[in-house]
Design a protein around this ligand. Structure first.
Ligand code: AMP
Ligand code: TRP
Length: 328
């Protein structure tokens, strides 16, 4: 039997190269080796201020991006979190096995409550419990994510352990799986690439715009002149090369940067060429899919149906274990 794999992405804006390299590109290759479920986590996306009138379109866009990047709905399950009601039901129960102290240590909560000072709601605080419910509802064992999510997966393990100790062995303890590009920096060179920072290249960015963004992206700031040697280890352009370029090109720019044999502009030109080539078919597929929302809804509906069956089964076990079997 294949191991169960679960991961999710928020429909909170453009899917960007951080999402692609840190998560989606890897997901595409895992569908043959694992029993995979991928979730568009709309209930997570409502924990910050958002525009309800654009939510449906964002769910469609996020799904289309995943399909366009190569996720094959014949080989894995793709669905929207809100379509399977058991996620919030299990989250409530799991809320009762984890302490506030554990949640208070989450760096994403700390960062987001700084960013959204006027809306530090309870949902933002218990966000990682809903995430644990997402995974545990399907008894997920492997969770491919970017580095920013590792703390949440550790917490999901803690929650599984605490639940099992209290009520009996129901959940496996899920493990994160990181890609080599687990932390892609933004074009500002200071912050992680992120939807909320506007420091990103989108997965469907037009070629002119890719070069416009790359050409002004921050590199190793100590490298002021063309002849100064640079340090690839602290350059975000080099990190992107590792996601998009061939081994020989990566070595060429690494050595060239250190010896000042290659300038930042030439280094960016090689990267631009590779990103543009890799994204072209994804952008094309995405445009085709966006024009067929009914197809995307079908994919999500099929996914939700499969997930609902598994979720209902798990909740039977959970309700039995905690002593709240429905009356008949
Ligand atoms: P999100 O857009 O926050 O829902 O993230 C979806 C997935 O992309 C998660 O697995 C994240 O860890 C991953 N991810 C987001 N931003 C980055 C980044 N800058 N570098 C690497 N992975 C990322
Ligand atoms: N919190 C994750 C993020 O922001 C998204 C997510 C929700 C997720 N539920 C999940 C990721 C379950 C992995 C498994 O990126």
């Amino acid at each position: 039997m294949k191991k169960k794999l679960f991961s999710g992405i928020q429909p909170s804006g453009d899917v960007h190269l951080g999402n692609y390299l840190g998560a989606i590109k890897k997901w595409v290759n895992l569908v043959n080796d694992y029993d995979c479920i991928f979730c568009i986590v709309d209930y997570h996306a409502i924990t910050v201020d958002y525009d309800a009138s654009t939510m449906q379109q964002r769910i469609l866009n996020a799904t289309a991006s995943n399909l366009a990047a190569g996720l094959d709905p014949e080989k894995c399950v793709i669905f929207a979190q809100s379509h399977v009601r058991e996620h919030t039901e299990l989250a409530w129960i799991l809320n009762t096995v984890i302490s506030m102290g554990h949640l208070d240590r989450m760096t994403q909560y700390k960062e987001k409550s700084e960013q959204h000072k006027s809306n530090v709601n309870v949902g933002l605080f218990t966000y990682p419990v809903l995430q644990a419910a997402d995974i545990l509802l399907y008894k997920g064992e492997v969770v491919p994510v970017g580095e920013d999510q590792v703390q949440h997966i550790e917490l999901a393990r803690e929650i599984a352990r605490k639940f099992n100790n209290k009520f009996g062995e129901i959940f496996p303890e899920p493990m994160e799986q990181l890609s080599e590009s687990a932390r892609i920096m933004g074009l500002d060179g200071k912050n992680k690439m992120s939807k909320s920072m506007n420091n990103y290249i989108s997965l469907v960015e037009p070629p002119e715009s890719i070069w416009k963004k790359l050409s002004t992206a921050v590199t190793d700031e100590n490298r002021k002149r063309r002849n100064d040697p640079g340090d690839p280890a602290i350059c975000n352009i080099y990190t992107l090369h590792k996601g998009f370029s061939s081994d020989s090109q990566i070595e060429e720019v690494r050595a060239g940067c250190k010896s000042a044999g290659i300038g930042c502009v030439d280094c960016k030109k090689i990267l631009n060429e590779n990103i543009t080539t890799e994204l072209a078919p994804i952008r094309e597929k995405n445009n085709e899919l966006i024009a067929k929302p009914d197809y995307i809804y079908d994919v999500l509906q099929t996914g939700a149906k499969k997930c609902s069956e598994i979720a209902a089964q798990t909740m039977e076990e959970v309700r039995e274990a905690i002593g709240v079997k429905p009356s008949r």
